[in-house]
Design a protein around this ligand. Structure first.
Ligand SMILES: *Cc1c(COP(=O)(O)O)cnc(C)c1O
Length: 231
């Protein structure tokens, strides 16, 4: 068994155990393997262990990797999620090469992604990144502005608004970790109450995936616990 396949199994067990404690069906939780800084070989090792969905932060690195994996292993049918900051001059390549984008926080970016999504592909799945801790990091829409952004995006023809994403500040313990995830869940419920049809909470990383699952995560984005420390 490769180290990556062992790690994947351990992460899946953590998710299953957290789901069971929360009386949730583990099938409702997608494990997104965050492969940034790791090469095509690491993606292939994870794919050979059954992993299908991969997350990337840096566009050029991601495009090189997607092409390399496809050349090496045309048999693998993988799903690619863009989870990093988006520059507006990069939206075309994101729209052409990804299945999901988790980091939309401006209408202008959403408009461009919709305009540039190729007609031959299904609508691009979108999560709105929310600045849930009000932290110094400038990424993410403020919680009070999410509903307006969601309404604007729901009308774009080549996008499918799926839900919310957040990267809270690191917290000391499980209880503290749960708080921002709970706020994101409540914000999603507010949107649903206002008629916005969403089904996704993208939250939780290596250090806090159990807390995120306890609060309703439907996608957990895990890098280090699968691939090891990044250099
Ligand atoms: C890097 C990254 C992850 C994975 O983080 P780990 O701590 O390595 O699991 C998840 N989400 C985003 C947005 C990231 O940038």
């Amino acid at each position: 068994m490769s180290p990556i396949s062992r790690n994947l199994q351990a992460v899946q067990e953590q998710i299953a155990s957290a789901a069971q404690k929360a009386s949730r069906d583990v099938d409702g939780i997608l494990l997104l393997a965050v492969s940034k800084t790791f090469g095509p070989d690491a993606v292939i090792a994870a794919a050979d262990a059954g992993q299908r969905a991969f997350g990337e932060n840096y566009l050029q690195e991601a495009l090189d990797k997607i092409v390399a994996v496809r050349q090496l292993r045309p048999d693998l049918l993988l799903e690619w999620h863009f989870i990093g900051p988006i520059q507006s001059n990069k939206t075309r390549q994101i729209a052409e090469h990804f299945d999901w984008v988790h980091s939309v926080d401006r209408e202008k970016i959403a408009q461009r992604l919709s305009d540039q999504r190729p007609a031959a592909l299904p609508p691009l799945n979108i999560c709105l990144q929310v600045n849930i801790s009000g932290e110094a990091s400038k990424s993410g829409v403020a919680p009070g502005e999410v509903l307006a952004l969601a309404h604007a995006i729901a009308g774009l023809p080549r996008l499918r608004l799926r839900g919310l994403m957040a990267i809270p500040e690191p917290a000391a313990d499980f209880k503290q970790q749960r708080l921002p995830f709970r706020r994101l869940r409540e914000l999603a419920a507010t949107l649903q109450g206002a008629g916005v049809a969403i089904d996704t909470l993208s939250m939780g990383m290596s250090a806090d995936m159990a807390a995120a699952v306890a609060e309703g995560a439907t996608i957990v984005r895990v890098g280090t616990a699968i691939f090891g420390a990044r250099h």
